[in-house]
Design a binder for this molecule. Sequence first.
Ligand SMILES: Nc1ncnc2c1ncn2[C@@H]1O[C@H](COP(=O)(O)OP(=O)(O)OP(=O)(O)O)[C@@H](O)[C@H]1O
Ligand SMILES: [Mg+2]
Length: 264
Amino acid sequence: MAEVILDLAIESLVRGGQQVLRDIRWTVRRGEHWAIVGPNGAGKTSLLQILAGYLWPSRGSVVVLGARFGETDLRALRKAIGVVSSALDALQPVDLDAATVVASGFEASIGMPWNGVTSEQRAAADRALSAVGAAQLASRELGTLSQGERQRVLIARALVHEPALIVLDEPCAGLDPVARERLLADLAVLAAHRSAPAVVLVTHHLEEIPPFVGHALVLAEGRRIASGPTALALTSATMTEAFGVTCDVRPDGRGRRFLVVRLP
Ligand SMILES: Nc1ncnc2c1ncn2[C@@H]1O[C@H](COP(=O)(O)OP(=O)(O)OP(=O)(O)O)[C@@H](O)[C@H]1O
Ligand SMILES: [Mg+2]
């Protein structure tokens, strides 16, 4: 498999007449896991939508898992990636059972896959649910799940087809503190596997960046403020620059960090 998971040189992304990303150069190599951090509107979700094959830059080049945009079938690429994004997941039908939602990850489809679910896919869905501690939810309708249960199901959906890249947009949103820790622990177990996918995680909360995520990209107003190993990218200086107010980044003593914001 390719040593380079992602290679992006986005000169510009324009959405609705507004430039939302500019001059983003970013490479993710095999074995690296990345966090993307930055204020509301910084362009984090837009960037994830590019690398998941749902948007492409107005100018620039994008190579994901060896496939170069413009020369590749983006539908095939979407199936090779696992995505958890509240924007996409809000479209899932509420009356679908959890196992079918998970199996829809094979086709990257929203709702029941066109060709239905094979017995192999159903078995894989059960395994993926077990891997995130949600085996007991298999036959529950999506609309009846709590936020934390739903999030586990959607993470199982992103993992079911054993993708080489998994993209998580604020995966801890709406989770209680214990559910959040469980989810982060599940991700750490996942990342420890030899065939683990590369993880790209968007979050607003530095304490949600688990120690196994060793790299970070900091965005603000569509620009790259910093990128590289977390110790270098997630500093008081880069957070202060990104958020435009004085920020202190502090270690939490468990290999993570938290942010103290000082409003003027
Ligand atoms: N479909 C669209 N049409 C026009 N503008 C858009 C569209 N989608 C996003 N934008 C704009 O692009 C900018 C970046 O949005 P994006 O959702 O990527 O930010 P974000 O960093 O994910 O923010 P948040 O932390 O609030 O989720 C915002 O100014 C947003 O208003
Ligand atoms: Mg977003």
